[in-house]
Design a protein around this ligand. Structure first.
Ligand SMILES: *[C@@H]1O[C@H](CO)[C@@H](O)[C@H](O)[C@H]1NC(C)=O
Ligand SMILES: *[C@@H]1O[C@H](CO)[C@@H](O)[C@H](O)[C@H]1NC(C)=O
Length: 361
């Protein structure tokens, strides 16, 4: 920073290194003194994780050390536990001051700390799938449907059962897309059980009880239920009054917290009324980065960019070639939507956005 005589860079602290947090750090690292606080040392492309469970080497490209793309930022491997007007407090006892703060703690997941441990986890999960004859998947949202599809395509001999508590799969998209996904899975030999849940605590010797008293035998199970919003820690902070009833942070059209003109919020933790999708979280990051650059350069607040909620669009991949897609006016299934997402799952594209080569590290 020695080149810029007389002009101190502003400190931007980003809490949470998911899809939104990693991109905003990357975008701002040469414009500000960027500090990323994340409990893990890496960023992971979330929608690639189901492929990595059947093909663990896939994770070598989709799990990326923060240090690889953050060549000019500081990474603190810890969890933020409190924030005040000008400081963030971390679990390991550090107090980090900020000029601007970005909150992007998305969902509360528990991932291992290092990339090597995460890759090992994928290896173990794929071995679990390979050695099982029958597999139970709990949860019929996008994660459960994509995992069932990956297994059905890569291991056609395995018995896969998917139990979902709701009356249809993929409730976040329309009925037509749900039906198409259900028909596709059924055709591929996956048994889908709707309107039931599984009591995992009482499972014994591979026998599981459903809420209607049915029994399911399976060699292993995977829980694919969405994790809660990562905001419980904010209830103890001065942002507690900015949380809505679902625990999301209420943002204005410039992606700032009301009443705090140096705090931005991006990603799934925002209360923006739209589907929670990774590509939208990336858009949040780009809008907030633009606004931060403007403010740091002394621009007018009135010139800030606004974020408009994204249209209802989603692609749920069904194995390596096919997908079901919902666009604003229609849904479709098969190889055409599959050709957009399913082969590479946007991994090369996402790596490129972080300035990395599409290939493995
Ligand atoms: C990622 O970081 C770890 C340190 O935790 C290091 O040992 C490893 O070599 C790095 N891997 C890559 C691909 O950069
Ligand atoms: C967080 O900081 C606030 C001061 O801003 C303080 O009142 C509160 O007790 C702290 N909470 C925790 C859990 O340390």
């Amino acid at each position: 920073m020695g080149f810029e005589i007389g002009k101190e860079k502003k400190r931007v602290v980003v809490i949470g290194g998911g899809i939104a947090g990693s991109l905003i750090c990357y975008t701002l690292q040469f414009h500000a003194d960027v500090v990323l606080i994340d409990p893990k040392e890496y960023f992971e492309i979330p929608w690639a994780s189901l492929r990595a469970m059947v093909e663990p080497s896939f994770a070598k490209r989709s799990v990326i050390n923060h240090s690889e793309y953050l060549t000019n930022a500081r990474v603190i491997t810890s969890t933020a536990i409190n924030i005040t007007d000008g400081e963030v407090l971390t679990e390991d006892g550090q107090q980090i001051s900020y000029d601007y703060l970005v909150v992007s703690t998305g969902h509360k997941d528990s991932f291992p700390k290092t990339r090597a441990e995460r890759l090992r986890q994928y290896q173990q999960e794929s071995e679990r799938i390979e050695s099982a004859h029958s597999i139970l998947i709990v949860g019929g949202g996008p994660t459960g449907v994509e995992l069932a599809s990956e297994i059905a395509v890569d291991f056609p001999g395995k018995k896969v059962k998917l139990v979902h508590r709701g009356s249809r799969l993929l409730e976040f998209v329309g009925h037509k897309a749900s039906k198409k996904a259900l028909d596709w899975l059924t055709k591929m030999g996956v048994e889908v059980i709707l309107d039931q849940s599984v009591d995992l605590s009482s499972a014994e010797d591979g026998i599981y009880q459903t809420s209607r008293g049915e029994t399911i035998a399976a060699d292993c199970h995977f829980v694919c239920i969405g994790s809660p919003i990562g905001s419980s820690w904010l209830k103890e902070t001065f942002l507690k009054d900015n949380l809505d009833s679902q625990g999301k942070l209420v943002v204005d059209e410039n992606l700032r917290v009301k009443g705090h003109n140096n705090i931005f919020v991006i990603g799934d933790i925002t209360n923006i009324p739209e589907m929670k999708q990774g590509y939208l979280a990336q858009q949040h990051a780009l809008v907030a980065a633009k606004n931060l650059k403007l403010l740091m350069d002394g621009g007018k607040e009135s010139k800030m960019a606004t974020y408009k909620p994204g249209v209802a669009m989603a692609i749920i991949s069904l194995g390596r070639r096919e997908a079901v897609a919902q666009f604003p006016c229609f849904t479709m299934i098969g190889c055409l939507p599959g050709s957009i997402k399913s082969k590479d799952l946007f991994v090369g594209k996402t790596r490129k956005q972080l300035g990395l080569k599409p290939g493995p590290a």
